[in-house]
Design a protein around this ligand. Structure first.
Ligand code: UN1
Length: 491
């Protein structure tokens, strides 16, 4: 079968990169299947895209927000109409199972609907003044040209999080998708175009992070960067961006599930299996650590291994598959390396750990027991189907273990005791805490983001997505007709 060549999207036109070069991407479940040829973007492409976005800004910011919202509702409608086809494309492109890729598209639909409604909110505040005949309020203004740099693990949902929030606020966008998922990115842009997003308002440049991403981040005309991906890239973005830009970073984590002795163990088991092995462990919210109360540790460990044995690994398009492949060869090698490391540093490999000889980048669901804070498998984000169990003496110890990593995105506690739950909510240093539910599965109308090395302090989606993509300008209107000095002319 002929391999299709995909284009970039700049100023409302589909075209080739200035570089004249393309790259290919294969199906991670079957690396003999080439999916397409994609544009290897370069600096000139980024410049053109930023210029187009800058030109489109004045007109777009003046489109009334509810009108912008109408376009986003059409995007939602088109995503609904194409949900199944998009989900299948996504499974072929990045490997996660169909149930999850359908969920990914659904998350994008939810986001479009939420952000469309924001077009009739975009609230500022009004408040009092310390002076007479003076009015004080805030209004939300767009930032200008914003860069959205997205990962491959949620190849439609995360671009939708960022791009729709940026658009409803009146910004124009340069979108740099992960090089592993250019087809999903292209399909999403096609839908935006079809829904009526005007030319120049959203532009897409594909290509390597080192050139396209870096140049975009450094670009003087870019007012904000919203990035999801690896913490090292996030740290580099902070260095490269310079001053004058708002930087939103969503990075990795090492998310714990705490299981107390009073927990419903069957419920906790469902949560651990879903959190650790769903998306093949490739979520920044994945449950990569399980911290179990000593009284139930042996029992829970047995239950988990029994359940893991039932997981079926394979092509995500197959309806019976539970765990798909990793995204690419480098990911497979990284996970395999960590499994070796875990054994060498003294954790017990209690289940899985093998790299099967298949024509895809698979690694077996893997469970380590006896992991401790001095080990890399306890500390580092592995981003694969690997979880580790650690025993805790009591809740305080469990929370201490949970917090003993540099990250802080998602956390969970299984307990039937409200005091335990409330204490965990208070002391877990994580952006998200789930009670009696897994670490994955955030909803789009609530803030998403982490503390510590997981984020830069800005959260996305929900009302926080709107906060990020606007400047909340403070406005004072003095109608007293005389000079009134704050802090001085007070009665
Ligand atoms: C990510 O892995 O980058 O809560 C985001 C969740 C999803 C988002 C994950 N809604 O697991």
């Amino acid at each position: 079968m002929a391999v299709a060549t995909y284009k970039m999207y700049i100023d409302g036109k589909w075209g080739s990169s200035n570089s004249g070069e393309t790259y290919t991407r294969v199906n991670p479940a079957n690396y003999n299947q080439v999916l397409g040829r994609f544009q290897q973007g370069n600096k000139e492409d980024v410049n053109k895209a930023v210029d187009a976005a800058e030109d489109a800004f004045e007109k777009w910011r003046n489109v009334p927000p509810p009108k912008r919202g109408e376009i986003l509702l059409r995007v939602a409608q088109l995503l609904k109409e194409h949900k199944e086809e998009l989900a299948r494309t996504m499974t072929r492109e990045m490997g996660k199972v169909l149930m999850e890729t359908r969920g990914d598209v659904q998350e994008a639909i939810d986001t479009c609907e939420l952000m469309a409604g924001e077009g009739r909110r975009l609230f500022g505040r009004t408040t009092t003044s310390e002076l007479r005949d003076k009015f004080a309020m805030t209004v939300r203004l767009p930032l200008g040209v914003v860069a959205c740099i997205t990962p491959w693990n949620f190849p439609i949902a995360i671009p939708a999080w960022k791009i729709t929030a940026a658009l409803i606020c009146g910004n124009t966008v340069v979108f740099k998708p992960s090089s592993d998922t250019p087809i999903c990115a292209t399909k999403f842009i096609e839908i935006l175009e079809k829904a009526g997003v005007p030319k120049g308002v959203v532009n897409m440049v594909t290509g390597p992070g080192g050139t396209v991403g870096t140049h975009l981040v450094k670009h003087k005309k870019v007012r904000a960067v919203s990035f999801t991906g690896h913490k090292d890239t996030g740290a580099q973005i902070l260095k490269d961006a310079g001053i004058g830009k708002k930087i939103g970073l969503e990075m990795g984590s090492k998310n714990p599930i705490i299981i107390m002795d009073d927990a419903d163990l069957e419920l906790a088991l469902d949560g651990v299996v879903w959190g650790a092995f769903g998306t093949c462990g490739q979520r920044c919210t994945a449950a990569s650590r399980v911290i179990v109360h000593k009284k139930v540790k042996e029992k829970f460990q047995r239950m988990l291994i029994e359940r893991a044995k039932k997981l079926r690994m394979g092509d995500g398009l197959h309806p019976k598959t539970d765990v798909g492949p990793l995204v690419n060869k480098a990911a497979q090698e990284k996970v395999a390396k960590y499994i070796e490391l875990g054994k060498n540093e003294g954790a017990k490999l209690s289940y899985g750990g093998k790299v099967p000889k298949l024509k895809g980048w698979f690694v077996e669901p893997t469970i380590f027991t006896g992991a401790s804070p001095d080990m890399k498998i306890f500390q580092d984000e592995i981003f694969g189907p690997v979880t580790s169990l650690t025993e805790a003496r009591n809740l305080d110890h469990a929370i201490e273990l949970a917090n003993a990593v540099e990250y802080g995105l998602s956390s969970s506690i299984y307990t039937s005791n409200i005091q335990n739950a409330m204490k965990a909510i208070k002391y877990l240093e994580y952006g998200l805490t789930y009670v009696n539910s897994s670490t994955i599965g955030s909803e789009v109308h609530l803030p998403f983001g982490g503390t510590k090395a997981s984020g830069s302090g800005h959260k996305e989606v929900g009302w926080t997505g709107i906060e990020f993509f606007t400047d909340e300008k403070t406005v004072y209107i003095d109608y007293s007709g005389k000079l009134q000095r704050a802090q001085i002319d007070i009665e």
